[in-house]
Write a protein that binds this ligand. Structure first.
Ligand code: SAM
Length: 254
C-alpha cells in the first residue's frame, strides 16, 4: 500500500481532486491512501497566521518555518508509530528537478511519501533545509500553489502501484515506458469522417501490428520529442541502420 501525505493550506483541493475515477477505486481497495494535512492547524500564532513578509523586500508573502516544520514532524511521528520507515519529503517547486516517468517509478516503490505544497511566494528556506529530501518541479512555468503539482505527481505515481490499474489499463506500453512516445490508437467505428483505421490493425497479424506500432512510435517521438528520439536511437543502433535502409524504400525488418 502506498500512503500519500500532502501538507497544504488547501486540503479540500487535493482530496476533492484525487477522489475520483481510478484513484478513488484504488483508495476504496486500500491500494493507496490520501491524507491531506492542513498546515495552518500547526501554527502557534494566536491569529492563525502562517505567512509573513520576505526579509530583504520583494513582493508577496512567504510561508513561515514553524507551522511547516511541526506539521512535517507530526506526520513523520505518526508514520513511525505505525511501524513504518521515515518518509521522503517532496517539496513541489519550480526550482526542482523536472518530474518524469522514471521519477514516478522510483517514488512508486515507497510506502509513504510526504508532499509539501508551497503557496504565495514559497516557503522559508530554513525549514526546507531541515525537512526536504526531494525538490521536484512539474515544468517550466509558475503556478499559484503546489497542490496541482502534488496531484499530478500522485496521479502518475499511483498508476504504477501494483493493482491500481487493471489489465486493460496497463501502463506497460504507454508513452515513456520504453523511452518512446505512444503510437496512434483507434477504436470503433472503422470509418469516421472518411478516415479509415490503418488496415494493418485490422489484419490480425500480431507481429506486423507490433512492427507498425514501433514505426509509428518512432515517427511521433522524432516529431514531438527529438531529444528522446536521439537518445533512443543511440541505444538501438540496429534500428537506426534499418531506418536508413527504409528511407531507400527497403522494407523495415525489425
Ligand atoms: N517564488 C517561487 C519561484 O519563483 O520559484 C514561485 C512560488 S509559486 C507562486 C507558489 C508555490 O507553487 C511554490 O512554492 C510551489 O510549491 C508551487 N509551484 C508553482 N509552480 C510550480 C511548478 N512548476 N512545479 C512545482 N510546484 C510549483
Amino acid at each position: 500500500m502506498m500512503n500519500f501525505h500532502i501538507m497544504t493550506l488547501f486540503p479540500e483541493m487535493v482530496t476533492d481532486g484525487l477522489n475520483t475515477s481510478i484513484l478513488k477505486r484504488a483508495i476504496d481497495k486500500n491500494l493507496i491512501s490520501i491524507d491531506a494535512v492542513q498546515i495552518r492547524d500547526y501554527t502557534l500564532d494566536k491569529h492563525n497566521k502562517v505567512d509573513d513578509y520576505t526579509y530583504g523586500g520583494g513582493a508577496g508573502m512567504l510561508m513561515q518555518a514553524q507551522p511547516v516544520y511541526d506539521c512535517a514532524m507530526d506526520i513523520q511521528k505518526k508514520i513511525l508509530e505505525k511501524g513504518r520507515n521515515k518518509s521522503r519529503v517532496v517539496f513541489v517547486t519550480p526550482r526542482g528537478f523536472t518530474f518524469n516517468q522514471k521519477m514516478a517509478q522510483d517514488f512508486s516503490k515507497e510506502e509513504d511519501l510526504i508532499f509539501l505544497c508551497g503557496h504565495y511566494e514559497g516557503i522559508d528556506e530554513r525549514v526546507l533545509e531541515e525537512i526536504v529530501t526531494d525538490y521536484v518541479s512539474i515544468g517550466d512555468y509558475v503556478l499559484t500553489g503546489g497542490e496541482l503539482p502534488a496531484m499530478v505527481m500522485i496521479d502518475a505515481i499511483s498508476r504504477l502501484v501494483p493493482g491500481v490499474l487493471n489489465n486493460s489499463e496497463s501502463s506497460e506500453t504507454e508513452s515513456f515506458s520504453d523511452g518512446l512516445l505512444e503510437y496512434p490508437q483507434y477504436t470503433r467505428p472503422e470509418t469516421w469522417h472518411d478516415k479509415t483505421v490503418p488496415a494493418i490493425l485490422l489484419s490480425g497479424h500480431h507481429a506486423n501490428v507490433e512492427k507498425w506500432r514501433l514505426e509509428q512510435s518512432l515517427i511521433q517521438t522524432q516529431k514531438f520529442r527529438p531529444d528522446m528520439y536521439e537518445k533512443w536511437m543511440e541505444l538501438h543502433p540496429v534500428v537506426e541502420k534499418k531506418k536508413r535502409r527504409r528511407k531507400k524504400k527497403i522494407p523495415l525488418d525489425l
